[in-house]
Design a protein around this ligand. Structure first.
Ligand code: MG
Length: 208
């Protein structure tokens, strides 16, 4: 738990999700810096753990976080897969449903006026999007197709000076899937971004 962050819920460590403390703090600080310059977009909110860090930072700058997720879980969350959580399975609908838990967590964190959920896949949500973004956090599906879609749909909306954050960057395949690493390398090679820092599996870049 990051005790340096004001208003962080006491039970933040009990919120379902995959975010290390050092990554959470780096995300919070990046969002804190950017929040007054434009909206923040998070791709892949799951139950809202990282959304809470982004939201608390955004609130200081009277900013807004758009939290994009279809809430049906990524490949690794499906039944029979390693990261499946039966508590988040809608037995009637026979599919994952993380939105109920997400809403509950935003409400309990007092972030309903800061976080705007966008319940959709990335492609559909991007179709008519025109608002320049101050920060984009890519934490969606880990297939190459999903990561590339997120990168291609949303980085063009990042304003100059804005921050691109990518989660789950693993340099070696034995530590995790390579798609986030691939788009991180793609961003660096594009000439459109310069690296700011790496914190654990989080990569932070700035749009030049
Ligand atoms: Mg992640």
């Amino acid at each position: 738990m990051n005790r340096t962050i004001p208003d962080l819920p006491e039970d933040i460590d009990n919120i379902k999700g995959f975010l290390a403390d050092d990554e959470a703090l780096a995300l919070y600080e990046a969002a804190y810096e950017m929040a007054s310059t434009g909206p923040i977009l998070e791709i892949g909110s799951y139950c809202g753990k990282s959304t809470i860090y982004l939201g608390l930072a955004a609130r200081h700058g009277s900013g807004t976080v758009y939290a994009l997720d279809h809430h049906r879980g990524s490949e690794e969350h499906q039944q029979g897969e390693f990261f499946h959580d039966p508590d988040l399975y809608d037995a009637d609908g026979k599919q994952m449903d993380t939105f109920r838990e997400f809403r509950r967590n935003m409400h309990r964190a007092g972030l309903n006026d800061t976080v705007v959920p966008v319940v959709s896949d990335s492609n559909t949500a991007a179709r008519d999007w025109q608002t320049p973004l101050a920060m984009v956090f890519i934490d969606g599906g880990h297939s190459l197709d999903a990561a590339l879609t997120d990168y291609r749909c949303w980085t063009p909306h990042l304003r100059r000076g804005g921050i691109l954050a990518i989660h789950d960057i693993f340099t070696h395949a034995h530590a995790g899937g390579q798609a986030p690493h691939a788009i991180y390398q793609m961003a660096l090679a594009s000439g459109l971004f310069e690296g700011i820092e790496r914190v654990n599996s989080l990569g932070l870049l700035r749009r030049v």
